[in-house]
Design a protein around this ligand. Sequence first.
Ligand code: UDP
Length: 329
Amino acid sequence: MAILVLGGAGYIGSHTVYELIDYGEQVVIVDNLETGHIEAVHPKAKFYQGDIRNRAFMDRVFEENKIDAVIHFAANSLVGESMTNPLKYYDNNLCGTKVLLESMVAHRIDKIVFSSTAATYGEPENIPILETDKTNPTNCYGETKLSMEKMFKWTGKAHGLRYVSLRYFNACGAHESGQIGEAHAPETHLIPLILQVPNGIRESITIFGDDYPTPDGTCIRDYIHVTDLAMAHIQAVQYLRAGNTSNIFNLGNGVGFSVKEVIETARAVTGHPIPAVIEGRRAGDPARLIASSEKARQVLGWNPQHDDLSKIIASAWKWHKGHPDGFAK
Ligand code: UDP
């Protein structure tokens, strides 16, 4: 039996595939390569290029392979873009998941691990954020991910499908080999953008807002290493295989760093002065997001290994230094 990884050529998807294969699992990948990279596809995985919105294609994948569980990363995931082009997010994230679920139900595939986000909470009521806290997304990306979670819930009730939704905080870092890492075009995420400065690609980093109600005025986020996220997916599949009920888990380190602190740490790691320029706030950004991941630790036995921001940034730097243009030749 194989695990089907949708979006397995993307950032978190490719790192999860690497861990699954190290773990001895058989892996089938589906990716439309719209934002994923063929170079990030693990050579031992079976690869299909195609789109989850294509029902006939998804049916063929389920018919040609013995699939035990699905891990679903295939979605658009940029906060800023979701605010300017919301219908793109409804189309890919929600319509894609609807087609996927129809095909899963038809083929009696009953386990799915889903890539969700801290953006489902919106402006948090409490810090650290618990899974039971109110969900009220402040951007369309978070709204579509929350709707996807609800689609799993109701489909599960009707058709016996079980799901684990993993609400990631800020994914960062790269595989220890330095062979795969974060590569978005255009890049919008803080750490890769900061590292473009010592890589000679940009002259400075822009800070989006220094008037937030935080100690230094910049947004605080919980940065979690991509390999730790990958491990949680393996544990979530095991949890479902063991017959457990559907569940939702936060994944973060439980520690917050401001944008200014991240830049300062990157200066120390790279030895580059990394000039910073303050600009206005970015639409849809909550001031502070920090996870409580106690539930994932208790229930899944998740134990993140990378809790030091310098080491996380050093792992990202190893990848970006060796691949300044991402996967481009
Ligand atoms: N950010 C920034 N400058 C940038 C990119 C991001 O100040 O060039 C800030 C952004 O406003 C947020 C934090 O860095 O507060 C993390 O943003 P990112 O896009 O990496 O992740 P998100 O929190 O949106 O998932």
